[in-house]
Design a binder for this molecule. Structure first.
Ligand code: MTE
Ligand code: MO
Length: 519
């Protein structure tokens, strides 16, 4: 009697173990089904020539919907790696949900299938709401969902018997064979997807082969580089990158077209060759992001080459009633820029080169806008394809309904770069950095130590009002830990705002303050 009971107990225990093991197998099946679906989706995207792989579709929709504070947080946590972090995050969440779907599908296929349908549906809906997704942008996500559904069905038929007969050899082997097949298949298809996505290499090749008008010199303007300070020109590969493009738009220069239309007397249609045939200008401009925190590095200085927007717009004959342009990129990002900043003498341009090279693809290849004096979000549209001459009361650009000011003139600010993070020994020490107030100019920079009196620094030459101005100061550093602060005065005599404010809605203010340990 007792023995029988023990045997029964053992059997139920074995069955419970078997169920648990089977659920684990279900989770593996769900993950592999999702990976295979994503791989097939990527191939579909490559074949169709759309950027909308399932992960990109979800990620882009996510970026368009995040509140400003979350964007700030992402930038402060991950810096310019925020996009990689987002991709990884989406993948982890997708696979975790797929594992849940796989577990559910072991017992009830429809329950697991429902999870897949919802995930696929979210990706399809995301792709359909993206401006750059085009007619076929939803297809990769749909194909990915269907693939995952099919594979999940196969798993259910292999795993269901194992729930009641955990030791059933053929079913267990069936599971292993299926998993090996799906896993290898996903890897092979993933590799195929890389080959089919060859669009990227075509654009990279076209960029490399372009010949563009060269600036007379890439050297800093005479005297503009302060002794010991940050490099005057920010190398392209170090230039900060900020945009909403999870997958960087790929535009062949031969396919590029720009339409200037709206409230104009004469609509203009331009090709890349048309641009190159025009009068070209080279100009140093310091670009700044509104998300830059005090002391932050979302700022860079480059020698831009392009065509003056003033020339193009005057040719298009803007209406007297127009006060803005809405510029649009290939992927649907828009910026609203006051017409006055494009028609005055500041040399706002359609830029196609940066520091003597065609624009790097992440910086807007083949053509972007550069407007001295305005934050990037209201002016510096990359992958530019359309300019509408209009009025501010007729439209809202991308960031406006998301809590950022419609107008974005850059605020006067200053930064200490040296001796940040360096070993400092007591005695004469160079303190140096940059200050900027684009299109106004900087007339004075002062530093102070431990809240003491403000000390005048030496300014480097003023290359133009549209770039940062470098400064340096010689400090007789005493041993101990010290607080350094910097402040600037603009060319009109207005001092920098000392009260701290966050980037949203129209740019941060406050004094850059660093701590230096002197040995
Ligand atoms: N197409 C497109 N252009 C864009 C953006 C964008 O999200 N999409 N972001 C703008 C912002 S907020 C800034 S600060 C600048 C940054 O330009 P960079 O990445 O070349 O430094 O690009 C602007 N142009
Ligand atoms: Mo920005």
């Amino acid at each position: 009697m007792n023995q029988k009971l023990a045997e029964r107990e053992q059997q139920t225990e074995r069955q419970a173990d078997g169920r648990r093991a089977t659920r684990w197998r279900g989770a593996v099946g769900g993950i592999l089904a999702a990976l295979a679906g994503l791989a097939v989706g990527n191939v579909a995207a490559g074949v169709l020539g759309t950027s909308q792989t399932p992960v990109v579709a979800i990620g882009s929709a996510f970026i368009d919907r995040v509140p400003p504070w979350l964007k700030e947080l992402a930038i402060s946590w991950f810096g310019t790696n925020d996009k990689t972090a987002l991709r990884v995050g989406i993948l982890v969440v997708l696979l975790a949900l797929a594992a849940v779907g796989g577990i559910l599908a072991v017992r009830r296929y429809w329950a697991g299938a429902l999870v897949v349908v919802v995930l696929g549906g979210v990706a399809v809906a995301a792709a359909m709401t993206r401006a750059d997704a085009g007619q076929t942008g939803f297809v990769p996500s749909a194909v990915a969902g269907l693939t995952a559904l099919g594979i999940l069905r196969l798993y259910t038929s292999r795993l269901e018997p194992l729930l009641d007969f955990p030791d059933d050899g053929p079913s267990r082997r069936g599971f292993l064979q299926l998993s090996a097949g799906v896993g290898l298949g996903a890897v092979a298809i993933g590799a195929l997807g890389k080959v089919v996505g060859g669009n990227r290499t075509a654009v990279a090749d076209a960029r490399r082969d372009l010949t563009i008008p060269q600036p007379p010199s890439l050297d800093p303007p005479p005297g503009a580089q302060a002794e010991g300070a940050t490099p005057w020109a920010t190398p392209n590969e170090d230039f900060y990158r900020i945009d909403t493009a999870l997958s960087v738009p790929q535009i062949m220069p031969s396919d590029w077209k720009l339409r200037i239309h709206g409230m104009v007397g004469k609509e203009l249609n331009l090709t890349f060759d048309d641009l190159l045939k025009r009068q070209v200008v080279h100009k140093w401009v310091t670009l700044t992001c509104v998300s830059n925190e005090v002391g932050g590095d979302l700022i860079g200085n480059a020698l831009w080459t392009g065509v003056l927007l003033k020339d193009l717009l005057e040719e298009a004959e803007p209406s007297k009633d127009a006060d803005a342009i809405q510029s649009m990129s290939k992927d649907g990002f828009t910026a609203g820029t006051p017409l006055s900043t494009l028609l005055d003498d500041r040399q706002s341009m359609l830029a196609f080169a940066m520091n003597g090279e065609p624009l790097p693809v992440e910086h807007g290849f083949p053509v972007r806008i550069v407007v001295p004096g305005l934050y990037g979000y209201v002016s510096a549209t990359k992958w530019l394809v359309d300019i509408e001459v209009t009025r501010f009361d007729q439209f809202e650009a991308y960031w406006t309904p998301r809590g950022w000011s419609a107008l974005g003139p850059i605020k006067l600010s200053s930064r200490i770069d040296v001796p940040l993070g360096k070993k400092v020994t007591a005695g004469p020490t160079t303190v140096a950095g940059v200050a900027w107030d684009q299109h106004v100019g900087v007339s004075k920079v002062e530093v102070r130590v431990d809240g003491g009196p403000w000390q005048q620094t030496t300014l480097a030459a003023d290359a133009s009002t549209d770039t940062w101005r470098q400064w340096h100061w010689s400090w007789d550093a005493p041993r101990g830990t010290h607080i350094l602060q910097v402040r600037a005065v603009d060319a009109k005599g207005t001092p920098q705002i000392e009260a701290s404010a966050p980037p949203a809605p129209d740019g941060s203010t406050g004094l850059h303050t660093i701590s230096v340990k002197v040995d």
